[in-house]
Design a protein around this ligand. Structure first.
Ligand code: SF4
Length: 703
């Protein structure tokens, strides 16, 4: 029996695997995040290991458009030859890489190093840009450090009140709900979501409440809540004086957001705004007098906006006004989505970062990483460009001519999908490493077969910043190989400087050196301790004593208890502003996830029971809105805007606002919600605007 973790989301539930390849069975394992429970996705994950769709050899596109199997030497020679040729003709930035928050820490680290040293390119970014980038930017600005939950998830078990904004954990990571049980019973779960989601229903069932704002008005709602806290003198003045800077400007920035005005723009009644702010302040006061802690948690719903960083900043400001972050009375956290969404943003896949969360433009940071890599700092290229801009520049004048994609499916998951599709088709050479022929792999010139989670060794970092072991339980089918092996082979062919080990333990040891002294410091984490199940949370500098005793927490389970990570030790309150305009009376599309599917659905759509339960994109629409548009339940509907048209089956539900429809984004081209989403991005993080687009609705007659 092998103890490992679910391949999907950042909860990284503990699982066990048994049996040989082709007959592997999976069970829940008692681990702190899931207590043995699994959701439908995790429970059925073993069905993908021996799936008939697995790619088992490198496949090269033929003149007639079909793929033909080729051997690895031919494939690797081809990749290296194309990269070398394009680099010579058009410069190093003509070759780009696109990574993923699903890769292990070692693969994410090695990919960043491979891009900079073997390809010499600055053009690398990853799909985490679509996931956590605005939350990371907001927490970095406020606290000087970004770790999704700066406290163990189990701290929520004792909560007296939780304000959860834009997160539907009851569908996206159901075992999370066990950590909300007590707060629900206490009537303290308050959910903010334009949909009455499964999580919003949990709040109402437990005597909490649900605020249902107009899409894209989360920032205004948060300013309104802060207004009440300040106007009614409900803030923690002692904490604010001792632990924060910037209060004065915040006061003026929220002064005009009185509840009646906020209500006009957000659609949330003024009495609900007052009730929520007062309840939070009362619960925070009680928490500091020995009561139950209070948390403000955010998710993609408020983060995936072109003002995502400002919205996260406003949520943090509210938490700071209440005196919560960096105390045992509660805190602020953002709920990471992808399996290694946390580790994936620490080790150098981002266009502006080097391992250990170091800044690629900082000479000291470059010098440290160059030493770990055994190269001169000048060999490391400077900052690149973020995901949406990178993808849209492919094949354009001066843009990359070759792209290597690892663990991502941007044709489905990136915004304004028609443009992404066109950009990929402009490339001279597209290489996709995957275990299935995803919609992006289907566009490739060359597909490289790689290992799945149960076939590889490595580490992952979950939503709490805890480092976990991923273990190989079975052999991979056919000729599938690890990305570490692929990078090692290609580095040799490209005569790259530095060492590119194919061995996960060796890469982890190097990652520790590269991260030492950085924000995400892994230098005190040993592979053996992680292997034995020690609970280790970064930062964990060298010399930290590690205990593997059950219940022991190592490294830094709770951040900021003494000081925040800015040089003055204080958290920054940063005033943010929002337009005072009543939203247009148009139908707004909100995109999101379903219980049955993960990310672009390339994996979960291949599991029979998940596909049967959620076979196609369903357009959730209020019955009155449907009636006004002549749409009946189950009818096919064209959902359109200036960027494209997608087709979905109407699902009438009173859970929607009258002005809002919902589409899941897990489905391929003709049904993908991302044909409609906007490519405009947040100025601080380059997070795209996934959660709001105006659309028109037209029923398809006879369907
Ligand atoms: Fe747990 Fe997430 Fe896997 Fe579901 S998908 S079993 S919630 S890790």
């Amino acid at each position: 029996m092998t103890a490992t973790h679910c391949p999907y989301c950042a909860l990284q539930c503990g699982i066990t695997l048994q049996g040989p390849a082709g007959a592997t069975t999976l069970g829940g394992r008692d681990f702190e995040t899931n207590g043995g429970a699994l959701c439908r996705k995790g429970f059925s994950a073993a069905k993908l290991l021996a799936h008939p769709d697995r790619i088992t050899s490198p496949m090269l596109r033929q003149a007639d458009g079909s793929f033909a199997a080729i051997d690895w030497d031919t494939a690797l020679d081809l990749v290296a030859g194309k990269a070398r040729g394009i680099r010579e003709e058009s410069g190093a930035d003509a070759v780009a890489m696109f990574g993923s928050g699903s890769l292990t820490n070692e693969k994410a680290y090695q990919m960043g190093k491979f891009a900079r040293l073997a390809l010499g390119t600055s053009r690398i970014d990853y799909n985490g840009r679509f996931c956590m980038s605005s939350a990371a930017a907001g927490t970095n600005k406020a606290f000087g450090l970004d770790r999704g939950l700066p406290f163990p998830l189990a701290d929520l078990d004792k909560a007296g009140m939780i304000l959860m904004l834009g997160s539907n954990v009851a569908d996206t990571m159901p075992p999370f709900v066990r950590h909300l049980q007590t707060v629900r019973e206490r009537g303290g779960l308050v959910v903010v979501d334009p949909r009455r989601s499964a999580t919003a229903k949990l709040s109402a069932e437990g005597a909490g409440w649900h605020l249902q704002p107009t899409p894209a008005t989360d920032l205004q709602l948060l300013l309104g809540l802060a207004h009440v806290v300040i106007a009614e003198s409900l803030m923690d003045t002692e904490y604010l004086a001792e632990r924060t800077t910037g209060l004065a400007e915040l006061r003026s920035s929220v002064s005009a957001w009185w509840p009646e005005r906020t209500a006009k723009i957000t659609g949330v009644p003024a009495d609900q705004i007052r009730r929520t702010a007062r309840a939070l302040a009362a619960a925070a006061r009680e928490a500091k007098n020995g009561g139950h802690p209070v948390y403000i948690l955010t998710g993609r719903g408020i983060e995936q906006h072109s003002n995502g960083t400002d919205t996260v900043t406003a949520a943090i400001n509210l938490a700071l006004l209440l005196g919560l972050p960096g105390t045992l009375a509660g805190g602020y956290g953002t709920i990471t989505g992808q399996g290694n969404g946390q580790g994936g943003r620490e080790h150098g896949q981002k266009c502006d970062q080097l391992p250990g969360y170091r800044k690629i433009a900082d000479p000291e940071h470059r010098a440290h990483v160059a030493k770990a890599w055994g190269v001169d700092p000048e060999m490391i290229p400077g900052p690149g460009i973020p995901a949406v801009q990178l993808l849209n520049s492919l094949g354009a004048e001066g843009g990359p001519r070759m792209l290597m994609v690892h663990g991502a499916n941007p044709v489905v998951s990136a915004p304004d999908a028609n443009q992404i599709f066109a950009a990929l088709r402009r490339l001279d050479f597209l290489v996709v490493a995957d275990f299935f022929l995803s919609e992006t792999a289907a566009e490739a010139h060359l597909v490289l077969p790689v290992l799945q989670w149960a076939e590889e060794e490595g580490t992952m970092t979950n939503l709490e910043g805890r480092i976990l072991r991923r273990r190989a339980a079975i052999d991979a089918p056919g000729e599938a190989k690890s990305e570490l092996w692929i990078f090692s082979q290609l580095a040799q062919r490209l005569q790259a400087p530095g060492n590119f080990s194919p061995n996960a333990v060796e890469v982890f040891e190097e990652l520790k050196l590269a991260s030492a002294g950085g924000i995400a410091d892994y230098s005190g984490v040993s592979w053996q301790d992680v292997d034995q199940g020690a609970a280790i949370y970064w930062p964990c500098p060298e010399g930290n004593a590690i205990s593997t005793e059950p219940g022991a927490r190592n490294g830094t389970p709770r951040l900021f208890l003494d000081r925040f990570a800015h040089p003055d030790g204080k958290a920054k309150i940063i005033a943010v502003y929002a337009p005072n305009t009543v939203p247009a009376k148009q139908i707004s599309l909100v995109t999101g996830r379903l219980l049955e599917h993960y990310q672009s659905g390339a994996q979960t759509r291949r599991v029979d029971e998940l596909a049967a339960a959620a076979p196609e994109a369903a357009l959730e629409i209020h019955p009155s809105t449907a009636l006004a548009h002549g749409i009946s339940d189950g009818q096919m509907v064209q959902v359109s805007n200036q960027r494209g048209t997608t087709i979905a089956r109407a699902k009438l539900t009173a859970d929607m606002r009258l002005d809002t429809v919902f589409l899941p984004f897990h489905y391929p081209r003709d049904g993908t919600a991302n044909l409609l989403t906007s490519p405009s991005v947040d100025p601080f993080s380059s997070m795209p605007e996934f959660k709001h687009a105006h659309v028109s609705l037209n029923p398809i007659e006879g369907e």
